[in-house]
Design a protein around this ligand. Structure first.
Ligand SMILES: *Cc1c(COP(=O)(O)O)cnc(C)c1O
Length: 377
């Protein structure tokens, strides 16, 4: 029987190659051209005011922390409240800037619990990073309120949220900055890229300089009317090489065209899982009423998780675990024991295979396998 992977990207190959061919024929594969088209289309699709196309969401999260730190004078050791139940990129971004991640616990949606966030605020707290786990908006609106009340910046890690709507509107206008991922196994797949969307245009401008090694062409652009200073630029700060390129943007432009269609099929897959497992006591991760999730993954909770995953693997089905909490890893051990709910839930989590090449028959096979394993417990 064929192996079934938890995630697998689907690319519209011919359509994508057409755009890539265009880049290669005109000889423009770098930043500009298709990256600008991707940014424009993303702004149209989501309704965000600013969008800068990057080589990853990890880079974007770093940019968010770095620019706020520089602008608002945050110091090394100042605190950012975050979730342990995430991919390590979220929390590494805090560490890159020598700040201190403080973990708050998760709620019934497996996203940051507003009550615990409040408890974790200290005089050194500067920001909150909210992760839209699996495409969920959790209690994001309450977190927005808390941040306003306590004068904290809000960073939304929207790596799973391409196509997620809150109260019918695409996410991206709630936080001070929102970062999306278009990595290969995310639900808008390129090979590797991301988008950073600042609420404030001033930060968008700073990000464009910061993500291109700190290069600024403005000073000379003004005096370059006759074209003689075209090669001149200033480098006021040490930036990073984080911007995206036109080849990868081509992949994103095509993927974006199909995003709503693809997310609708993800939703269907989750509905099939729920239908076929409704006669078991398996719990599904739930979404709030006002959230239309991208369904980046389909998380269930079972006891004896490790054995269940082992047995599924033996049947050629490879589920995932999202996530082992960051407090289990060396750099975050100081936060271990502070988020009991996240610790307990993460031990029971399994992500069922969810991608566009999974069929109804595959879902039936996966559910039957799962049921056979569970009757033995
Ligand atoms: C994948 C992921 C990231 C990082 O995205 P990249 O584009 O791979 O850098 C950040 N946060 C979360 C929650 C993720 O799942």
């Amino acid at each position: 029987m064929k192996n079934i992977q938890v995630f697998k990207p689907t690319y519209r190959v011919e359509e994508t190659l057409e755009l890539i061919r265009e880049c290669m024929e005109i000889g423009w594969t770098g930043m500009g051209f298709k990256t600008i088209e991707m940014e424009t289309k993303w702004k149209e699709y989501t309704g965000v005011a600013n969008a800068h196309f990057l080589n990853s969401a990890t880079a974007g999260l770093h940019v968010a922390v770095a620019l706020f730190k520089a602008k608002y004078g945050w110091e090394d050791g100042d605190e950012i409240i975050s979730t342990p139940l995430t991919f390590v990129s979220t929390n590494h971004a805090i560490k890159y800037e020598r700040m201190q991640p403080i973990f708050a616990d998760v709620d019934e949606y497996l996203c940051l619990d507003p009550e615990d966030v409040k408890r974790k605020i200290t005089p050194k707290t500067r920001a909150v990073i909210f992760v839209g786990l699996g495409g969920s908006t959790g209690q994001l609106e309450k977190i927005v309120e808390i941040c306003k009340e306590h004068n904290l910046k809000l960073i939304l890690d929207a790596a799973h949220m391409a196509g997620t709507r809150l109260n019918g509107k695409h996410v991206g206008n709630e936080a001070d900055v929102t970062v999306f991922s278009f990595q290969a196994v995310k639900n808008l797949p390129t090979s590797d890229s991301g988008m950073i969307c600042f609420k404030d245009a001033e930060f968008d401008k700073m990000a464009r300089e910061f993500c291109w090694l700190g290069i600024n062409k403005d000073t000379f652009a003004r005096s370059a009317n006759d074209g003689s200073y075209k090669w001149q630029y200033d480098v006021p700060t040490v930036g990073y090489k984080y911007h995206g390129n036109s080849i990868i943007a081509s992949m994103g432009i095509v993927a974006l065209k199909y995003l709503d269609l693809d997310n609708a099929y993800r939703k269907q897959l989750r509905a099939w899982y729920q239908e076929l497992l409704s006669d078991t006591n398996i719990e599904f991760m739930q979404y709030p009423e006002n959230c239309e999730s991208s369904n980046h993954f389909c998380a269930i909770m079972v006891d004896n998780r490790d054995e269940v995953v082992d047995k599924m693997t033996q049947s050629g089905i490879f589920p995932g675990v999202h996530y082992i909490p960051s407090n289990q890893y060396g750099p975050y051990k100081d936060q271990d024991g502070k988020t009991p709910k996240s610790d307990a839930i993460s031990k029971r989590l399994i992500s069922l295979p969810l991608h566009l090449q999974i069929t109804r028959e595959d879902v039936e096979r996966i559910c039957n396998t799962l049921k056979n394993i569970l009757v033995n417990y």
